[in-house]
Ligand binder design. Structure first.
Ligand code: HEC
Length: 112
């Protein structure tokens, strides 16, 4: 049988490894969490995107109106309509602050 200390150390290494691999590349996160509504191309021309009337991120005007801080804020805390109804959920429980920050550059690249 393995020494108990060795067992504890190997399980700690497993936990640390899992934490590191949990940070997925931004393209993967966009595909898994955002593309359903905002589209793989950022245009929002998906079934859900059209229904929710998401903005076209290839539009220079939309890009100009949206600040980097807005991208982080909306993705972290979610988007709500004037009545306070949720239009897009908050991602702070699923994605790390760094993963959310990575969307800024990613969304900027959609600009035509
Ligand atoms: C269920 C559909 C849905 C998903 C999934 C979704 N969004 Fe949104 N998102 C919306 C809607 C709806 C709005 C609000 C649009 C508006 O009011 O103009 C919005 C707004 C935003 C905004 C604020 C700027 C704007 O367009 O008004 C950003 C930035 C954003 N989403 C990024 C993301 C990112 C990044 C993800 C993935 C982590 C994501 N969204 C996932 C539907 C979604």
């Amino acid at each position: 049988m393995k020494h108990p200390i060795a067992l504890i150390l190997s399980s700690l290494a497993f936990v640390a490894g899992a934490a590191v691999s949990a940070a997925a590349p931004v393209a993967e996160n966009w595909e898994n969490h955002c593309a359903k509504c905002h589209g793989a191309d950022g245009k929002g021309q998906t079934k859900a995107g059209k229904k929710l009337q998401v903005k076209d991120y290839t539009d220079a005007k939309v890009q100009a109106e949206m600040k980097d801080a807005d991208i982080i804020k909306f993705t972290t805390d979610g988007a709500f309509d004037k009545a306070g109804k949720e239009k897009m959920k908050a991602y702070k429980d699923e994605l790390s602050a760094d993963e959310i920050k990575a969307f800024v550059a990613y969304i900027r690249k959609f600009k035509a």
